[in-house]
Design a protein around this ligand. Structure first.
Ligand SMILES: [Zn+2]
Length: 394
């Protein structure tokens, strides 16, 4: 009988305990440290800025730079707050030209890590090594502070489950963008980014999603796009089986997906993509037109992932957004600091040259005085020689 009571008590406790393990915003999860998975942001829809972010994968070199310059720099596009639009580059090492990366970083693009070797990175140790080493590459070859590198995407979206998040947290990373969220129906809403305080609660594609809780670590879900035929979905913009056949279809493909967010739950519209897609001219032109169309809207912000997460941590109404630091021109300030740091060694060199010059001049003057002394001494010596003296040295 006692055993039955015990069993019932355990059962009741478990029933009570279950809701406690479910993420409840404002109950067991509080911003800015924690945000529950949701399809409906607590803020009124009309107050939410529509954020658009690009996550570009793989190497950055002159070939890719042509596309980035064309799409994101050529026209000096700014967000409604007056700050330049930004993107996130998730960079792997091979074939990357770090001088180009430096230029983008100085402009205000976010640099995230996409491994060194671009191989199957499916254990915590591998994640720790690849993420740490590639971040070191940024630090040494781009001049970025390691604290500015906070995002990771797994190559091929092959992940290491809980070990992956543990490794990234240990390294000081703040977010992962490697997991796909699949909508039950093609037209359902997309999920907002959230923290893993209560794990990954959705279906897992590769069976390697975090099952445990990871406090304060952001998961930026990949919400698949609908292809231009409106039949199939694809995680990456360039991953759809049916590619748009002309510029009009490419434009419509992007804009249709954008409007699902803009006229839907206003969750951030993520474009996960490889720049190689733009080797086809009509695809690049379609994207270019879509970027301009989105940019013309007063409530749309084209930002990098780090900026988007800043807004998630400190949700700010559209009416106050223009003074919100999180979507501000902070990369500009960083660039200014960077320029200052670049200038400092030059000024140090200048001071060194001046100091050397002063030293050389003083040395020359001393030598000249010394010569005079010797000369005077010489004259004295001569005088003594001429007029005779006991002091005359022989
Ligand atoms: Zn890749």
């Amino acid at each position: 009988m006692f055993r039955i009571y015990l069993f019932l008590i355990v059962l009741v406790c478990q029933c009570v305990a279950i809701p406690l393990t479910k993420c409840q915003q404002g109950v067991n999860c509080f911003l800015p440290r924690c945000f529950c998975p949701t399809f409906d942001h607590p803020m009124n829809l009309s107050d939410i800025p529509q954020m658009v972010y690009f996550g570009f994968d793989d190497a950055v070199n002159s070939q890719m730079a042509n596309h980035y310059d064309f799409l994101f720099l050529k026209d000096n596009l700014t967000n409604p707050n007056g700050c330049p639009i930004s993107i996130t580059l998730l960079v792997s090492d091979e074939f990357t030209d770090y001088s180009i990366l430096k230029r983008y970083y100085q402009h205000g693009f976010e640099l995230g890590v996409h491994s060194v070797t671009h191989t199957h990175i499916n254990t915590g140790d591998k994640v720790r090594e690849e993420a740490g080493d590639q971040r070191d590459n940024f630090v040494t070859q781009v001049g970025i502070s390691k604290y500015d590198v906070v995002g990771w995407r797994s190559p091929f979206l092959i992940t290491a489950g809980d070990q992956q998040i543990d490794a990234l947290k240990q390294l000081g990373f703040k977010y992962d963008v490697s997991l796909i969220y699949t909508r039950p129906h093609i037209d359902n809403d997309d999920v907002w980014p959230f923290t893993l305080d209560y794990g990954w609660p959705f279906k897992c594609h590769n069976n390697r999603c975090p099952k445990q809780n990871h406090k304060g670590f952001w998961q930026v879900p990949i919400n698949p796009l609908i292809d231009y035929t409106h039949e199939f979905t694809c995680a990456f913009v360039d991953g759809c089986a049916y590619k748009p056949r002309n510029e009009a279809e490419a434009y419509k493909y992007i804009m249709d997906n954008f409007y699902r967010h803009y006229n839907g739950n206003r969750s951030p519209f993520g474009l996960h993509i490889h720049a190689a897609w733009f080797e086809t001219k009509h695809l690049r032109d379609g994207m270019n037109r879509a970027i301009h169309s989105m940019n013309e809207l007063e409530d749309v912000y084209i930002v990098n992932i780090k900026q988007m997460i800043e807004w998630m941590k400190y949700p700010t109404k559209l009416s106050e957004i223009k003074t919100f630091d999180g979507l501000g021109c902070w990369p500009r300030d960083k660039a200014f600091l960077h320029i200052l740091l670049m200038v400092l060694p030059v000024s140090s060199l200048f001071i060194l040259v001046i100091a050397l010059l002063v030293y050389v001049i003083r040395k020359l003057m001393f030598r000249s005085r010394h010569n005079d002394y010797i000369a005077l001494n010489g004259k004295k010596h001569m005088n003594k020689l001429v007029h005779g003296s006991d002091d005359v040295e022989m």
